[in-house]
Design a protein around this ligand. Structure first.
Ligand code: DX5
Ligand code: ZN
Length: 220
């Protein structure tokens, strides 16, 4: 499966958001990752749908929205309307995960489910064939710039085995602590979708160089 970088804007300069994302797009980023946080599911508040909507009209990339929100079903229709192309929700945040995944798909969007580091991969066995993406959190969600948790690589390997055994066209994503130094070993474990925030958007004058460096490592 082809590998993709999805730069997370959480580490971008919010005062110059469109410009920062454009630098990433112009350098070859096909995806942009939006981290919505509600201050309940995670101990931090970031932004909601107005920000997504505000930048949508000037950008052409795939909007990959990661909802770190308790009971995200309450907001999926709004996120879809704001311009998302794909929505990833957390297994831990949904009582009716099957229903909420279907809610995403009813909008014609790509559906992903994220798993916190301590949540086992097996919890998705029943719905794996419904998903476009499983996002293995490689840090505890809530903040950018944290350190990659090594045991999460075993979850990537296990998920890859399961996807291959079922012949699924499943994207396997990782989010948190992804850098130019560790991305190749994460790819070797079976991931093909890489979220990176601080390693792309910091420092702000290196965005294009960073995207190019990541894409160079990801090309097949
Ligand atoms: C963390 C977010 C990530 C974050 C990653 O809760 O889901 O997308 O922006 O940031 P880095 O790449 O800096 O670890
Ligand atoms: Zn994220």
């Amino acid at each position: 499966m082809k590998s993709y970088l999805s730069p997370s804007i959480l580490s971008a300069d919010f005062g110059n958001l469109t410009k920062s994302i454009k630098s990433a797009e112009d350098a070859g980023a096909e995806y942009i990752h939006f981290d919505m946080m509600d201050g309940t599911f995670v101990p931090n508040i970031s932004f909601g749908t107005p920000i997504i909507q505000a930048v949508r009209k000037d950008l052409k990339s795939f909007f990959d929205v990661h909802m770190m929100v308790q009971e995200p079903g309450r907001y999926i229709d709004d996120v879809a309307k704001a311009g998302a192309d794909g929505i990833t929700i957390h297994q831990e945040a949904c009582i009716h995960l099957d229903r909420t995944v279907n809610q995403i798909k009813e909008h014609g969007l790509k559906a992903g489910v994220a798993l916190n580091p301590a949540t086992p991969v097996e919890t998705l066995d029943c719905i794996l064939p419904m998903l476009d993406l499983v996002l293995i959190m490689t840090v505890n969600p809530g903040f950018g710039g944290q350190k990659f948790i090594p045991y999460t690589l075993d979850k990537v390997r296990l998920l890859k085995e399961k996807a291959d055994a079922l012949n699924l066209n499943l994207n396997i994503g990782v989010d948190g602590g992804v850098t130019l130094d560790n991305i190749s070993s994460i790819k070797a474990a079976g991931a093909n979708f890489f979220i990176a925030g601080s390693a792309v958007f910091k420092p702000a004058d290196r965005i294009a160089d960073n995207v190019r460096a990541f894409n160079e490592l990801l090309k097949d």
